[in-house]
Write a protein that binds this ligand. Structure first.
Ligand SMILES: [Zn+2]
Length: 159
């Protein structure tokens, strides 16, 4: 039983983008074959060479906020199985430098708790330690090299 959820892009939002033929920012849905290194934010695993994927602009915020950030992420071009084990840190995304970007309960960035992790640190423990702080509401786990959002982590039961 986990008290933290590691969240992919919601399947419903992706389905709406596919059916609209564009992402939520108006970029066309343009499938292409994966090279095999791309991290997929729909199912939180690496791509396999030749899979049909798309590069979209995505923002994890669902309500308007001055803190909102949007950026490029790879996703499967078609519907996929998603990420079923949301209580488990995505193993495919371990082993790279990460930037943990935490937010407080007002939605503002919790600057004091911004954390950079080396590839060989315990990323799961670091995310859980941040979320155990009462002032931290949720964490965006990003690539420390490129800044791209990998996934969001929230306490179980939070909105
Ligand atoms: Zn996928």
């Amino acid at each position: 039983m986990s008290d933290v959820r590691f969240l992919p892009i919601a399947a419903g939002r992706l389905a709406a983008m596919r059916s609209a033929g564009q992402d939520e920012f108006g970029n066309p849905w343009a499938p292409f074959p994966a090279q095999g290194w791309e991290p997929l934010r729909c199912c939180l695993r690496g791509s396999a060479a030749g899979e049909r994927i798309a590069l979209i602009t995505y923002s994890p915020w669902v309500r308007r906020s001055p803190w909102m950030e949007a950026g490029p992420v790879f996703v499967h071009a078609g519907a996929c199985a998603g990420y079923g084990t949301t209580g488990v840190y995505p193993a495919a995304f371990l082993g790279s430098r990460r930037w943990l970007n935490p937010f407080d309960h007002t939605g503002a960035r919790a600057y004091d708790h911004i954390t950079f992790l080396a590839a060989d640190e315990d990323h799961d423990a670091a995310v859980r330690a941040l979320l155990a702080r009462p002032e931290v509401a949720f964490v965006h786990v990003r690539s420390a090299a490129a800044g791209c959002l990998m996934f969001e982590a929230r306490p179980d039961g939070s909105p």
